[in-house]
Write a protein that binds this ligand. Structure first.
Ligand code: XIL
Length: 310
């Protein structure tokens, strides 16, 4: 694998990883893989609200800047992640704020961050995980939808577009990989945005999946969103073995990765495949052995399957 570079094979698409400053520059093998294998990075936590604006109008860009600088140095793009989410919010962003106050807070957050990164980011996950998991509602019941109702998403998208017209603006979610109730809900929401002239550039499909459970209609689903004149991207891919990493499991995992990359490659508007981490020792899912490199940074069967599929 010394010679195989997934970033080269992926062209014209981007192959990416969630980058984490805990390991970047601190784990040599991680840094070496990051430099050679990836052409796009998503900060795993560094741009989330609790880290980047821990107190009202107090911004800490230090960690996120490290990833942006590293990306510039290695000629890789950056997907910003994220502006509007129900998790990893600092304590001061809570329901005691009025809708008017929260509106000002959201706009300021987006303005300051987009100004700071003007000209440097390829895309932003403006919205993360807002679609409901159950058919009785369109949106999750979180601070943004409690205060703004169905205006939550349009607000964030409009503020982002006003702050900087350049980065591609995305809605990102999980559980929308196949054609199902949740992806149908999102599809309707996105169609109505298009009709209302609310600008949106792409949909991110997280793809935190379980072994052997790649939806057979993934490609068809990506295509129907692409047909709305949107980019689509695989944004947080990992495949949880939920069991021992024996040869059978690793072979199935390789198949799963291959299927997902194949689906992306078959869809013209699919711009990138990003894995959520680099190697199994640093994944957000401990003991899931979810990534294309093992804990020793050795390529797994999944690595070779990805190379094959690109
Ligand atoms: C995860 C990170 O990987 C963890 O380090 C953190 O503790 C929690 O968040 N969906 C997302 C990502 O959009 O931001 C999440 O990242 C994983 C699920």
């Amino acid at each position: 694998s010394g010679e195989i570079s997934l970033r080269d094979l992926a062209e014209p698409r981007f192959f990416g990883a969630a980058a984490n400053t805990t390991f970047l520059f601190h784990d040599q093998n991680y840094t070496r893989l990051a430099e050679t294998q990836f052409s796009i990075f998503t900060p795993e936590n560094e741009m989330k609200w609790e880290n980047i604006e821990p107190f009202p109008n107090v911004f800490n860009f230090t960690a996120a800047d490290e990833i942006v600088r590293f990306s510039e140095f290695s000629h890789a793009k950056v997907r910003g992640h994220n502006f509007m989410w129900g998790n990893q919010l600092p304590p001061w962003v809570n329901d005691s704020l009025s809708a008017t106050e929260l509106d000002r807070v959201l706009k300021n957050h987006i303005d300051k961050i987009m100004n700071h990164y003007r000209g440097k980011l390829y895309a932003w996950d403006v919205i993360n995980e807002l679609i409901s998991d159950t058919p009785n509602a369109t949106f999750k019941d979180i601070i943004w939808t409690r205060k703004f109702g169905e205006e939550a998403m349009p607000k964030a998208l409009v503020y982002a577009r006003q702050a900087d017209p350049q980065p591609r603006l995305y809605i990102n979610d999980y559980g929308i990989e196949g054609i199902n109730g949740k992806s149908n809900t999102l599809f309707e929401v996105v169609k109505s945005f298009k009709e209302d002239g609310i600008l949106l550039d792409g949909i991110g499909f997280q793809c935190h999946l379980t072994l052997g459970q790649v939806p057979p209609d993934l490609q068809e689903n990506l295509q129907r969103f692409a047909d709305l004149d949107l980019d689509v991207a695989i944004t947080e891919l990992d495949i949880n073995l939920r069991g021992p990493a024996n040869d059978t499991a690793l072979a199935q995992q390789a198949k799963d990765y291959e299927e997902i990359v194949n689906a992306c490659v078959a869809v013209k508007r699919c711009v990138s495949v990003t894995v959520w981490g680099v190697s199994d020792d640093h994944s957000w899912i401990p003991h899931g052995e979810v990534l294309p490199w093992d804990g020793e940074k050795r390529p797994k069967p999944a690595f070779f399957a990805i190379a094959e599929a690109f």
